[in-house]
Structure formats: C-alpha cells, structure tokens
Design a protein around this ligand. Structure first.
Ligand code: PMP
Ligand code: GLN
Length: 385
C-alpha cells in the first residue's frame, strides 16, 4: 500500500543500533544524543515560556526575538550579517531545515553534490526533491579533499553542494583552503552551497570553524543551517534555523509553511533566552572544554583497547580503525561489540553509497556522562582478552 517514494527506506541505523543496545544492556556510544541533563537554565527558560502562555502558533518564519537572537549570534561568532525578517527562518530542527532547503531550491533532474560519509537524511531529502545525488567520497584516515576529484563533479546540471562542518561522523573540520576551493567552484559554476553546521560550537585543539557565507561573493549563494540540539544538549527539542539571502530564504519558507507551518513556539522563546544566557555565562567555551575532556578520555580508552582512534577536530564523535581486527566489515564488528562486549557503536557503511568504503571503521559517540564513558572503557578492555 505504501508509496514508491518511501518503499526503499529501511529503519535508520541509529534506531537499529539503539534498539540492539537496549536489548543487550550495552552502553550506547552509538546514536548521538547526550545522556546527561540539559543546562538548568534551558529547562527553566522552556518552563517560563509555557507558563507565559507562549502556546500558540509562531509566525511561519519563527518568533521575532529568536530570529533577532540568531542574527546577533551569527554576527558575533561568525562575522555573518543577516536580516532577521528576510534572511532567517526557524524550522523543526536542522533535519527540517535541510529538507525544506532542498525542496525549496532543487528541481527534478538537478544535480546535488554530497560528501560521503553523509548524515543519513541528506539522500532522502535530495530524492524527495527529484534531485540527482553526486558523491565525493572522503577516505580514512585523513578524510582530505582532492581538488581535481571535487572539480570533476561540477557541471552545468549542478544546482547545489551540501556539506557539513564540523563533520559527522568523521570529526573533520573543513579547512579554510578546502572551503575556498568549494567557494571558487560554486562561483565558477553558479552553484548554491548549503552548510550544515550543527556542531559549530564543538571544536578541539583550537580548530577553527570557518563560515562559508562570509567568503567573498558567497553570501548571496550560501544557506547556513544550524540547530539547538547539539549545542544545548536538547536533541529532542528540534529547534533549527537557516540563514540565507532573501531569494533563497523565500524558497525555504514557502515549503516550510506547508511542511510544519512553524516550529515549537515555547521552545523558540526559550531558545532566544538561552542564546543571551550562553553569551553572559561563556557557555560555548565551557561546552567545547567539556567535550574535549570527554573526547580525550574516550580516545585513551579506545587506544588502550586496541582500537586506534582517528582523532576528531570537532563534533562529539570519533571514528576508529578496525581494519586489523579480522571482522568481515563494520556491521559485523559493531554487532559483536554491542552484543558480546556491551558497548554500542555505529557502522559507518550506512553513510556511504558503497558499503565497502566504510567497512574498516566504526563510529563512537562521546556525548555521554563520565560514568557511561568509564563503564564503556572498562568493557572495551575485554576486546583484548
Ligand atoms: N545534521 C547533522 C550532521 C547531524 O548530526 C544532525 C543530528 N542528528 C542533524 C543534522 C539533525 O539535527 P536536528 O536534531 O536539529 O534535526
Ligand atoms: N545525529 C545523531 C547521530 O548522528 C542521530 C540522529 C538520529 O537519530 N536521527 O548519531
């Protein structure tokens, strides 16, 4: 009975591995969600908003105080100026932002360049729009971009390039030179760039997050996407946004008004307060420091267990090399790890077109309490025995 357009979608790898982790009482370092509380201020702000009866529809492009707060934050942290009325749209998480952006900007037959491993919602979003995905494959251990290979993907049918930095699942932070190459190609071929930057505040070892929209001549052809989920440890709140020039913003908002019409109004009000609080408290700095500590602990534990980590520069994920362990592939390894060792990880082959490209690595999340990470470290030692 179901429609052809969804017939081939399976269950997401995140749902599958979380279910397996629960079944085997494994420490879940698979699906990327924090297992610790959100900042108390965030919860109070949400409570205040509901008590203040911010319970009815928000404007289709978002509550004005949140759009203003997003504009202030983009200027302060990224040097990006945006008009809150014509260039910012609030949506239901980065997931809807990605979907509405692609639906609003891609015509059937248009080519969309994606980097793999990719976040899993990118391909279905392109498919729903009738776009044709073209892939640039990032390879372990360095995930670097070879200019000639990327250049070869651009042609007269290319409409859009979608990238994610800091990058899930590799932890790569795109360098200034890589972004400049992308900018040059977008300008030369009149292509729109969409940058998913949901991990923008989770950076390590002084890595720098560069904003493509601030590169010369890119402002008018770039959509910047982010959300509250990772930054405030509230992945279930689903407050996301786009920053785009007015014509591209129109493409996004016209679809969005018929997808969800508006995001969750009280959480949008809370978000505006949370941004102000975060600036007052130096929260973003503290977040980065917390995750650097968690990363360093997990990298140490993985190395000790004979799983050499591929050191991430950002995000709350690390890849590890499993090529020497004698498993047929990453799926077999992650199933073994979850069911026999009691630690769940994600098999990255789910994020590649050709499963073999992800078969020698596994992804671990460290957005977990120190206790969860310590328990995982203990269990991982069994791999060696
Ligand atoms: N993009 C990337 C790269 C992600 O990792 C995630 C989080 N799962 C999202 C988008 C979706 O974000 P949200 O929860 O705000 O929809
Ligand atoms: N972004 C999370 C991850 O990469 C999971 C998101 C989801 O479950 N859809 O693990």
């Amino acid at each position: 009975m179901i429609a052809n357009r969804v017939r081939h979608f399976g269950t997401t790898i995140f749902t599958e591995m979380t279910a397996l982790a629960q079944q085997h009482k494994a420490v879940n370092l698979g699906q990327g969600f924090p297992d610790f509380p959100a900042p108390a201020y965030a919860k109070e702000a949400a409570e205040r908003a509901i008590r203040a009866d911010i319970n009815q529809y928000a404007p289709r492009h978002g509550l004005p105080q949140l759009r203003q707060a997003i504009a202030d934050k983009a200027l302060k942290h990224e040097g990006l100026t945006a008009d809150p009325d014509t260039e910012i749209t609030v949506l239901h998480g980065a997931t809807e932002a990605i979907f509405a952006t692609i639906m609003g900007l891609v015509n059937p037959g248009d080519e969309v360049i994606l980097f793999e491993p990719y976040y899993d919602s990118y391909i279905p979003s392109v498919e729903f729009a009738g776009g044709v995905p073209r892939f640039y494959t990032l390879h372990p251990p360095n995930w670097e971009i070879v200019a000639a290979e990327l250049t070869a993907l651009f042609n007269e049918r290319t409409k859009l390039i979608l990238l994610n930095t800091p990058h899930n699942p590799t932890g790569k932070v795109y360098s200034h030179a890589e972004l400049q190459l992308i900018a040059d190609l977008c300008i030369q071929h009149d292509v729109i760039a969409v940058v998913d930057s949901v991990y923008e505040h989770i950076l390590f070892d002084n890595a720098q997050h560069h904003t493509l929209a601030t590169f010369p001549h890119m402002r008018q052809r770039t959509v910047t996407i982010s959300s509250l989920g990772k930054t405030f440890s509230v992945t279930g709140w689903k407050v996301g946004w786009t920053i785009a020039p007015p014509d591209l913003n129109q493409g996004i908002v016209r679809g969005h008004q018929f997808i969800t019409f508006c995001g969750v109004a009280p959480l949008q009000a809370a978000a505006a307060d949370m941004f102000a609080w975060a600036e007052r408290e130096g929260y973003y700095q503290q977040l980065g420091e917390m995750y650097q500590r968690k990363r360093d602990f997990l990298l140490g534990a993985l190395a000790e267990a004979g799983l050499p980590p591929l050191r991430p520069q950002g995000t709350y994920f690390t890849m590890v090399d499993i090529s020497h362990l004698g498993f047929a592939n990453d799926v077999e390894f992650c199933r073994y790890l979850t069911t026999e060792i009691g630690v769940a990880a994600i098999p990255p082959s789910a994020f590649y077109q050709n499963a073999a490209d992800g078969a020698t690595v596994a992804r671990f999340a460290f957005c977990k309490t120190d206790e969860s990470l310590a328990e995982a470290a203990l269990r991982l030692q069994k791999i060696r025995q």
